[in-house]
Design a protein around this ligand. Structure first.
Ligand code: FES
Length: 144
């Protein structure tokens, strides 16, 4: 065992605490830099000839960096996209083209597919909406 009194290789308590503090500080900076670097990414969904978005009134739930989204084809060349999570307690929404509403199976909230507003509670907050750019064979959801 080394005798720390006579060798410069051993750290004193103060030196150890300073170095440990520097390591911990740089670790915190690195972790916070990583979390700040996470960027949202647009999602492009192919429209298969027999897929759910091939027809007006069709919808599809997709995963994105913003969470689950629901893409709805409301017209021939028009798509809308909303968060697929109910604003009440995060149930996963489904789309009903007959009523043009998104419905939550958990507690019955409904949202307008026109703008994501609450049509029926208990949810009180509108859905987050996203720009959806349709093309003949795909739709791209812009996730800011
Ligand atoms: S989670 Fe949707 S209504 Fe409660």
């Amino acid at each position: 065992m080394k005798d720390c009194v006579e060798t410069k290789a051993c750290m004193g308590r103060r030196e150890f605490l300073v170095k440990a503090g520097l390591v911990a500080g740089s670790t915190v900076l690195t972790v916070s830099s990583l979390s700040a670097a996470v960027a949202f990414e647009d999602v492009t969904v192919p429209i298969a000839a027999d897929g759910p978005l091939a027809k007006i009134g069709g919808s599809q739930i997709i995963d994105s960096t913003a969470g689950k989204l629901i893409v709805i084809r409301t017209e021939d060349a028009k798509f809308v996209a909303y968060s697929a999570r109910c604003t009440h307690k995060r149930g996963v929404l489904g789309y009903d083209h007959a009523t043009k509403q998104l419905a939550c199976p958990s507690h019955g909230s409904k949202f307008s597919a026109a703008d994501g507003s609450v049509a029926k509670g208990p949810a009180e907050t509108a859905l987050a909406s996203y720009v959806a750019k349709g093309r003949p064979t795909s739709v791209t959801v812009v996730v800011p």
